[in-house]
Design a binder for this molecule. Structure first.
Ligand code: ITT
Length: 193
């Protein structure tokens, strides 16, 4: 199967391709000649994932899926949430992480969760798959792997941040892994029946 993954985030692409294996060949936006800045104006992960997949489907007619994801921090009323990629007003993750740490400064409640929502568009229908993982936010960065807020996030039951884990370890337990497993199971059943 070939399926277009509507993302400009190379880290997401790498993670998801490793998760789905060779059965599904993920086509990138570059491979289908799309260099558009896909609009993302929703207030929820669902709305944004849906908006991204709809844009690609309408404009390029490909069956495709999109991932909208982010970090929800309990003490910050679930910020940065859908604003995770541009929390500080820029896509500079150093600044985004600094801002998050400073806003959490006076808080002892460090609980957070990562969430992913996937919108799949297949033969005129839309399907959603989601995943989340609970954990805590550290007081500084730890580790150099992964991307985004990974150096801050330690999943419950673990002692390492996502950025300290190997890619294989993160990809076995992450919010994205949970959502992608549901997507892959769906595609398997879909093709069988
Ligand atoms: P696309 O919309 O092109 O897919 P994006 O990076 O803009 O790429 P989002 O709008 O979904 O993606 O923003 C998600 C942000 O949330 C991302 O830039 C990271 O800062 C953060 N994030 C998402 N998943 C993450 C993960 O597994 N580890 C760390 N941070 C993550």
């Amino acid at each position: 199967t070939q399926l277009v993954f509507a993302t400009n985030n190379a880290h997401k692409l790498e993670e998801v391709q490793a998760m789905v294996g060779d059965n599904i060949h993920l086509l990138t936006l570059a491979e289908i000649g799309c260099t558009d800045d896909i609009p993302e104006t929703g207030n929820t992960f669902e709305a944004n994932a849906s908006q991204k997949s709809a844009y690609l489907k309408n404009r390029y007619k490909y069956d495709c899926f999109a991932d909208d994801s982010g970090l929800e921090v309990e003490a910050l009323n679930n910020e940065p949430g859908v604003y995770s990629a541009r929390y500080s007003g820029t896509r500079d993750m150093e600044k985004n992480i600094d801002l998050l740490l400073s806003r959490l400064d006076e808080h002892t409640n460090r609980k957070a969760r990562f969430r992913t929502v996937i919108s799949l568009r297949l033969k005129g229908k839309e399907y959603f798959f989601e995943g989340s993982i609970e954990g805590t936010i550290g007081f500084g960065r730890k580790g150099t792997g992964g991307f985004g807020y990974d150096p801050l996030f330690t999943p419950n039951g673990y002692t390492q941040t996502f950025a300290e884990m190997s890619a294989a370890e993160k990809n076995a337990i992450s919010h994205r892994a949970i959502a992608v497993k549901k997507l892959a199971d769906f595609l398997k059943r879909y093709q069988a029946g």
